[in-house]
Design a protein around this ligand. Structure first.
Ligand code: HAH
Length: 365
């Protein structure tokens, strides 16, 4: 006969083992969890990528651990993907889309019509003369049909028009070649062509400084005009090239609410938090290279990231995605903008791909 005390001992021993196993399993789980898992009840978390990154195993693993959506940083822009009227450069974009499909990630397409990174041929005829409005719209249509058509069913959302609103507060639309040749019509047309090419795709107008009250009012005016005309536009992209000081929670909330009041969904499409305050000033003269990312700046950045994500979570349902513009501080487009060669540290992972303080603040809620 076993003694009662032996039985009790065995029972307690088994129970302790169970608890240890369980917390061990939890620990492993937590280590495997990435951003996308913490945010699975809120919205997809995306990242802008290059085909080269997907070939690097450490970066590829980091992408797969943390993100459930990808965007091509450059590969789908008109210049790179459509270098000549009769020639498309599909390979880089295909690599990104194939990677996403094979791994079950969503893809946001970026972008179909923009004033920058356009191919040389688009605005001129073979003699070098500017083309007519009819010809340019025909070219835009052919471009959109080809690109949207190729990835139909694989790309769930498209930035159809990028940055059409002027930096000059006195005018609504930027005086780009699109505008000079077509007037305002090119915007509505781009959305119509995209909708026809993939009726299920979620179509975005995407811009920066969307929280600045003055620019916000002009973007609102543009969007309202399009909606009133019955243009198939479904959402607005706040690029989110922000800084460790800006925007305030109030400014961000006000913008989300104002755009959403038009019946549009909202996404943060190109998130990064510059450690400089001049990130959106193209004429910045400060050439200082900040080679040590001080603990104070890290803390400030972590606090700002934490605040912004808290607001994002409050708008679950309206805010349908958050995409980071680049993967880690190893490389960011901000290393060359607005000051060429000035290192920046705007993302959640450092140059060694390790999570920064900002990362822990984003998943702590
Ligand atoms: C974005 N422009 C573009 O949408 C994206 O395609 C590119 O890779 C990087 C940034 C941002 C931008 C800005 O914040 C200020 C002036 C010009 C452009």
């Amino acid at each position: 006969m076993l003694k009662k005390s032996t039985l009790l001992f065995c029972f307690l021993f088994a129970l302790l083992n169970l608890i240890a196993d369980y917390s061990g399993a939890q620990r492993i789980n937590d280590q495997q969890k990435g951003l996308k898992d913490y945010y699975k009840n809120f919205f997809p978390i995306g990242v802008a990528v290059t085909p080269q990154q997907l070939k690097d195993s450490a970066q590829r693993q980091l992408i797969l651990k943390h993100f459930n959506s990808v965007t091509a940083e450059n590969a789908m822009k008109m210049g790179p993907i459509h270098p000549k009227e009769t020639q498309f450069n599909w390979a880089p974009a295909d690599e990104i889309v194939n990677f996403a499909v094979a791994n079950g990630l969503k893809v946001r397409g970026h972008n179909l019509c923009w004033h920058t990174q356009t191919p040389k041929w688009i605005f001129n005829d073979s003699l070098g003369n500017q083309v007519s409005k009819e010809v340019l719209l025909q070219r835009l249509k052919a471009h959109i049909e080809a690109v949207v058509g190729r990835y139909k069913g694989k790309i769930y959302a498209w930035d159809v028009v990028n940055e059409a609103v002027s930096d000059n507060p006195n005018e609504l639309l930027r005086n780009s070649n699109w505008y000079k040749i077509c007037g305002e019509d090119y915007i509505a047309k781009a959305f119509e062509y995209a909708h026809k090419a993939d009726p299920k795709a979620v179509l975005f107008y995407n811009d920066y400084n969307t929280e600045s009250p003055e620019k916000r009012a002009r973007i609102y005016r543009l969007l309202k005009g399009l909606i009133d005309k019955g243009v198939p536009i479904h959402a607005v992209g706040l690029q989110g090239h922000w800084s460790i000081q800006d925007p305030s929670e109030e400014k961000l909330k006000k913008s989300i609410e104002e755009y959403a009041s038009l019946g549009l969904k909202v996404q943060v499409t190109e998130l990064d938090l510059s450690v400089y305050s001049d990130s959106n000033t193209p004429d910045a003269t400060d050439k200082t290279k900040l080679n040590n990312f001080s603990p104070e700046l890290q803390q400030q950045q972590a606090t700002q990231y934490g605040k912004l994500f808290k607001v994002f979570r409050q708008y679950k349902g309206t805010l349908t995605g958050v995409t980071f513009w680049n993967l880690s501080d190893r490389y960011s487009w901000l290393d060359n903008f607005p000051v060429r060669g000035r290192k920046n540290y705007p993302l959640l992972f450092d140059a060694e791909l390790k999570p920064k303080q900002a990362y822990w603040n984003v998943i702590k809620f």
